[in-house]
Design a protein around this ligand. Structure first.
Ligand SMILES: Cc1cc2nc3c(=O)[nH]c(=O)nc-3n(C[C@H](O)[C@H](O)[C@H](O)COP(=O)(O)OP(=O)(O)OC[C@H]3O[C@@H](n4cnc5c(N)ncnc54)[C@H](O)[C@@H]3O)c2cc1C
Length: 423
């Protein structure tokens, strides 16, 4: 499903809910008289935002194929914030109404459930925005985030208590409960399928300083070049959490490969992986692929380990004797981090329309380009046409700065495609 269709559907449901709320509500003359209706619509829209959040985090293929997991997860964050905002208004108006009517707060069981939901949402949404700044390990944050699977049923319980059986919104809550159950079962079923089809690590190879490639043997992965997988490694009887890595092998290859740069807790242990270790792979994901775009003139731009999707694309093009024009700009800190050197030289020999520009930021004696990849540098080697397609990939700071640079030129934004190594 396309991104715009998804947003249109969401807008349609929001308008329908607002229409039914307005049609079934008796409004007063002043804002104060209407606080109760506002409290209700805040709760209704909050539930819709909250539910859509689950749809977006469920890795549903029908959505993923349309707009990619990274976009789904970013949208998931916005919907989460919108749900927190709507529920905060709802909670504040409920307490305000109680205070005005009764002169005290009436903490019934269902009000307490509502407060628990709101506090838990503050915790999960707050940590989602701050876990990197407060240096909370990703896995701890993710485990805390899982309490959402308890919070949503509690929010539904609260909502059911205030809906008249047989009313429109009663059936909406029934539909959301069924949808939530189906999405949870879908996730559990995917985990079951992944566990039933383990892979074996068939090779561990050091490519460059702090960079390692793993090859797997196991069931074929039907993927496009540039897509990524989630992998869990079972080493010494201990199962790691699932991490996303781009598939660097060509789709034609029988053994999927990934190439990993040491960065943090998990990636720094990649060198301890041994041939014969088991792995569980969930794939493919992502829409960052040259096969999703029709083009004969391409500019690839990678920062460091952001080379991985491009290796898959180049290997695929070579396997298919597809000699499209490609200029690959690859930013690196210094020579010791250059991986795939021999293979890149072979590709340069075998693909006449492929050229490579390596740009070093930290190595003063580098004989080639030094500094950072800029629009002027790109133009020097490959003046673009209106149909040139740009593919950008790398760690977030580099990707963001290149994107900013490209968007300030005359390049049509529709021709810029990117993958940021972060959700
Ligand atoms: C679509 C995509 C493709 C990627 N492809 C590659 C690749 O080909 N090669 C490569 O070296 N790196 C790739 N990465 C980055 C890689 O996933 C992270 O570097 C790695 O997960 C960091 O884990 P860590 O425990 O070593 O580091 P940490 O220091 O624990 O984490 C660093 C950051 O990585 C992210 N991260 C950590 N754990 C996870 C997780 N389980 N799931 C999702 N994100 C997490 C978080 O943003 C965290 O802040 C890719 C990332 C994405 C999103």
């Amino acid at each position: 499903m396309k991104y715009t269709l998804f947003l249109q559907l969401f807008a349609g449901f929001s308008l329908l809910f607002i229409y039914v709320w307005a049609a079934t509500t008796t409004f007063g003359a002043t804002i104060v008289d209407n606080l109760r209706p506002i409290q209700n619509i805040a709760a209704i829209l909050g539930m819709l935002f909250f539910f859509v959040q689950y749809i977006l985090s469920s890795r549903l293929k029908i959505l993923e194929d349309g707009f990619g997991l990274d976009k789904m997860l970013h949208l998931h964050q916005y919907f989460g914030r919108a749900a927190v905002f709507a529920f905060t208004i709802h909670g504040a108006l409920v307490l305000n109404s109680q205070w005005r009517r009764l002169g005290h707060f009436n903490f019934t069981t269902y009000v307490i459930i509502g407060i628990v939901v709101l506090l838990a949402m503050y915790l999960t949404a707050g940590l989602a925005s701050t876990y990197k700044f407060i240096r909370l390990p990703y896995q701890i944050w993710k485990n805390i985030h899982l309490i959402n699977y308890v919070i949503f049923p509690l929010a539904l319980l609260h909502a059911f208590n205030y809906a008249n059986p047989g009313s429109f919104f009663y059936y909406v809550w029934v539909a959301m409960a069924a949808g939530f159950a189906a999405l949870t079962l879908y996730r559990l079923y995917r985990i079951f399928l992944i566990r039933r089809q383990p892979y074996t690590v068939s090779s561990v190879k050091q490519e460059a300083k702090d960079i390692w490639s793993l090859l797997f043997s196991g069931p074929d992965i039907d993927h496009k070049p540039g897509q990524f997988l989630f992998v869990q490694l079972l080493r010494n009887g201990k199962l790691s959490e699932a991490h996303p890595f781009t598939i660097t092998s060509s789709p034609e290859s029988k053994e999927p490969a990934i190439t990993i740069k040491e960065l943090g807790d998990f990636t720094s242990t990649i060198k301890d992986t041994k041939e014969g270790d088991q792995a569980f792979i969930d794939a493919p994901y992502g829409i960052f692929s040259n096969l999703n775009v029709v083009s004969s003139d391409n500019i690839f731009i990678a920062g460091g380990i952001g080379i991985t999707p491009f290796m898959s694309m180049l290997r695929y093009l070579k396997d298919n004797f597809d000699d499209q024009r490609i200029t690959f700009f690859w930013g690196n800190r210094s020579e010791e981090y250059l991986c795939f050197q021999d293979e890149l030289k072979d590709l340069l020999d075998e693909m006449p329309s492929f050229s490579l520009v390596i740009v070093m930021s930290d190595q003063k004696d580098w004989p080639g380009e030094k500094g950072f990849i800029t629009a002027d540098l790109i133009k020097k080697y490959h003046p673009w046409e209106s149909y040139t397609q740009f593919f950008v990939c790398g760690p977030p700071p580099m990707t963001q700065s290149i994107l900013k640079e490209l968007k300030e030129t005359d390049i049509d934004k529709k021709n810029i495609h990117y993958e940021m190594f972060d959700f």
